[in-house]
Write a new protein. Structure first.
Length: 828
């Protein structure tokens, strides 16, 4: 076949194929319309084929611990460290980087400045995320006191890549500032929602005014977390300072991590209050970390009797009885279930409760256990339950209600225990009774001093105030001899407490380089001249090259300089020194102590320091100076939590300018072994034993017996040594030892500890039965490494050992109730 015929056949075949395609594309009738977009197969729609955009990371909102789902605004207390929980998921890849956090004001570009400091503070920690797996992290934040009127604090979280510090994901949460008297009241229960009634109790939210639109802020923020994996409580004890009370009701202790358990025990020993609700909680605590601290053991269950009801009715307020109000009663057909108690060592029944309520002191704090459930309807419907809860369960002073035309309804503590407001000032949040529907403007707020009664947490280095009065005070509520912050209340981070002020003064005087004395200088100069002239000349004369002695002069000069520098530990042009004043506070029969360090770092050339902490409980900030620092010179500093087991956290870069001293304030809980303890001798007397590894000097003891202050001088107290103190009663002018009136150090040492020793020994904080020991040592406390290291180091640590606390006072009923006061007002 020729080429022309072949091409002709190809053209015919192509024409036939085109004609066939046109018929099949139009269907049989050739006139069917195109399908609408809605009628098409969705898979054929190119717009719907586009995959949905997936964010690289997913994050839940930041949660300030403790918390629950019902708390609308995250509560942040200025002047306190807080733990913040964040859940993160990486959707695209395995991610390794860091999570940075900071607090800010309305200007969200910069961290809140630290008071009277030229540092701006941020925190960060290493993170590792597996693609698609949710992971929860606990971050450390510090909320500095602020000068503005804003009631909010902004908390920021920034997920950063390790390469170039590139931001990959940001999260912001607005927190609500807590008042200085406000703290958290936490409930751990499988039925946490049944404790919702707490929020309406006057013990939690005092009825200080009925004329506010939004109401008076509560004394306590009630947190009712659900029992699930990951209980929203802080893992570190110094993040528990804004928690006052915790109810434990049939809760499994294994739901808490080991860090949370350790933090709770530390919190208890420094004033935390743990309330255990019966009747089934004691069984759930067998073998737990709390078992050794419980006041009672369970001895079977039974039903409540009329005799039990009679015991509880001693807590019915007298004014209710006089008005023939209903006492405590229950349905005899359905009596509440209760548990029989057996007292454990140190436990005792609370006065006027029969054997229904028992308590045990745990250091400064306590555990109280009820034989009945605190959610029992007959209990919470009892008209005097709030009185019982305030005085007996919470161990707060009795209260008095008043209602007047001038102030409306007000609530004050009974005068002998300290009013909510001084006599010269109007009652807390007075609310004049309005003559019209308009509410009064600018109602005065409640006062920070109320934090002394709403929280029992106390840290000597943060809260102690000097009170030298020897007269007995009704101070079993620890309101005398303690201070409070204008924004932080009690137990807040305090760079201006009496302890901080005394330590700052000691460091200002002592920090720096110790210059060699005159004898050393003259000796070094004499030896140098002898080597330079006669010995140098004699050596080269012997070798016959006396002219070479001139060439040896520069070499000898450099060698002599190096030797003098080495002997004096003074590197010319680059000298560093570290001076540290620490305070170690311990509680009776407890192996851990609260350690506060005030560290001064001097450098003759600009240096960036890193502070490496071994203990996970440690926190640290630049120590505020008395003079105001200009904001223009602010420098960033980071507190970093590490995944390295040998290094729990670090503070860096801590910048020290040339020829200057900067100071650091750090705190942690330190394991001190057996501590310092009292024990009974064979003769029945009391002796003191030092079971620590530290040798203490200038040790003194004090106690209050039958209202009288007695002191005993110990002197030196070496490790593993037992001493029997000899006490003597003292008068107002004799409670300071002569050894403490003079400088406690050698004449050439300028670290003055006298103010701290006197503050620790101030008898105004001694309650009946308390026993206290104080002294100091030269040992360096373990747990902190500073890089680069200093050539000169001096350490002083003051020990404040609470060896024994006296018995708690008998709780007292309120004078009246809101109900009776209002009724009397209406009757008049």
């Amino acid at each position: 076949m020729n080429d022309g015929g072949f091409l002709k056949q190809i053209r015919c075949l192509v024409a036939l194929l085109i004609l066939t395609f046109s018929f099949t594309s139009t269907g049989c009738d050739g006139c069917r319309q195109l399908l609408s977009r809605e009628e098409r197969d969705p898979l054929e729609d190119p717009e719907k084929k586009k995959p949905e955009k997936v964010e690289p990371f997913k994050s839940a909102e930041l949660k300030v611990l403790p918390t629950d789902k019902s708390i609308a605004l995250q509560g942040v207390k200025p002047g306190h460290w807080v733990s913040v929980q964040q859940e993160l998921t990486s959707n695209e890849e395995n991610f390794y980087g860091e999570l940075a956090g900071m607090t800010s004001g309305r200007d969200q570009n910069f961290p809140l400045p630290l008071p009277q400091s030229h540092f701006r503070f941020q925190t960060n920690r290493a993170v590792a995320l597996v693609k698609g797996q949710k992971k929860t992290f606990e971050l450390t934040y510090f909320a500095p006191p602020t000068t503005g009127r804003s009631s909010q604090i902004w908390m920021h979280s920034n997920l950063r890549s390790p390469l170039g510090n590139t931001s990959r994901w940001t999260q912001t949460q607005i927190g609500s500032k807590l008042k200085p008297y406000q703290t958290f009241f936490v409930v751990l229960s499988r039925r946490a929602e049944s404790y919702g009634y707490l929020k309406s109790l006057h013990s939690i939210k005092p009825p200080l005014s009925e004329f506010h639109l939004t109401g008076i802020p509560s004394d306590y923020i009630v947190a009712l977390p659900t029992v699930q994996r990951g209980i929203p409580l802080p893992s570190w004890p110094l993040m528990w300072t804004h928690v006052s009370y915790l109810i434990w009701d049939d809760f499994n202790a294994n739901n808490l991590t080991s860090d949370q358990q350790s933090a709770m025990v530390d919190w208890l020993h420094w004033g935390g209050q743990l309330i255990i609700s019966g009747p089934s909680s004691l069984d759930s605590l067998k073998g737990s970390f709390l078992e050794d601290y419980l006041p009672v053991a369970a001895n079977g269950t039974r039903t409540m009797t009329e005799e039990d009801a009679a015991d509880l009715n001693t807590w019915t307020v007298a004014s209710l009885i006089s008005k023939n109000r209903s006492p405590f009663q229950f349905d005899a057909a359905q009596p509440p279930e209760i548990i029989d108690f057996v007292l454990r060592d140190g436990g005792q029944y609370i006065d006027r409760t029969g054997q229904l309520v028992a308590e045990k002191q745990v250091g400064r704090g306590r555990i109280v256990t009820t034989s009945f459930s605190l959610t029992s309807r007959p209990i919470i419907n009892w008209k005097s339950f709030d009185n019982f809860f305030n005085s007996c369960i919470m161990r707060r002073p009795p209260r008095r209600y008043a209602y007047t035309d001038e102030n409306g309804l007000s609530l004050n503590w009974v005068r002998e225990f300290g009013s909510r407001s001084p006599e010269s000032e109007p009652p807390s949040s007075p609310s004049p009774k309005p003559n019209s529907s308009d509410l009064p403007d600018n109602l005065p707020d409640r006062r920070p001093s109320e934090s002394l009664l709403t929280s029992k947490l106390r840290f000597f280095s943060r809260d102690a105030a000097f009170n030298a009065s020897l007269s007995p005070e009704p101070n079993n509520f620890d309101s005398v001899g303690f201070s409070y912050g204008a924004q932080s209340g009690v137990a807040g981070w305090n760079d201006f407490s009496d302890c901080s002020t005394a330590s700052r003064a000691a460091l200002n005087k002592a920090a720096g380089i110790s210059v060699p004395d005159r004898k050393f200088v003259l000796t070094a100069l004499g030896l140098y001249l002898v080597v330079l002239v006669p010995i140098n000349w004699a050596i080269f004369r012997v070798v016959g090259r006396i002219e070479w002695a001139w060439f040896a002069v520069p070499v000898l000069a450099f060698a002599g300089t190096y030797l003098v520098v080495h002997l004096a530990q003074l590197d010319i042009g680059f000298a560093r020194s570290r001076t540290e004043v620490a305070i170690l506070e311990t509680q009776p029969n407890y192996s851990r102590g609260h350690l506060t360090r005030y560290t001064g770092l001097y450098s003759s050339l600009s240096t960036n320091y890193s502070l490496l902490f071994e203990n996970e409980s440690a926190v640290s900030l630049p120590f505020a100076m008395r003079e105001t620092r200009p904001r223009l010179s602010a420098r960033d500093i980071y507190f970093e939590r590490s995944s390295n087991k040998d290094q729990a956290s670090r503070l860096q870069p801590f910048s020290v300018n040339s020829n200057s001293t900067e100071m650091i304030h750090s705190e942690e809980f330190l394991d001190i072994g057996g501590g310092i303890r009292l024990q009974e001798t064979a003769a029945g007397a009391e002796s003191v034993v030092n079971d620590t590894d530290f040798a203490f000097k200038h040790v003194g003891m004090a106690r209050r017996i039958e209202g009288q202050v007695q002191i005993a001088w110990i002197g030196n107290l070496d490790p593993r040594v037992e001493v029997e103190p000899k006490f003597e009663t003292v008068s107002d002018n004799e409670w300071i030892f002569d050894e403490w009136r003079d400088p406690v150090d050698s004449p050439d040492d300028t670290i003055q500890l006298n103010p701290l020793l006197r503050l620790a020994f101030a008898p105004g904080r001694l309650n009946e039965g308390d026993v206290l020991l104080t002294g100091w040592c030269e040992d360096q406390m373990p747990g902190l490494t500073i890089e680069p290291s200093a050539s000169q180091n001096r350490f002083r640590t003051v020990i404040v050992a609470h060896l024994k606390y006296g018995a708690l006072p008998k709780p007292q009923n309120d004078i009246n109730t809101e109900m009776t006061v209002k009724q009397e007002y209406e009757d008049d």
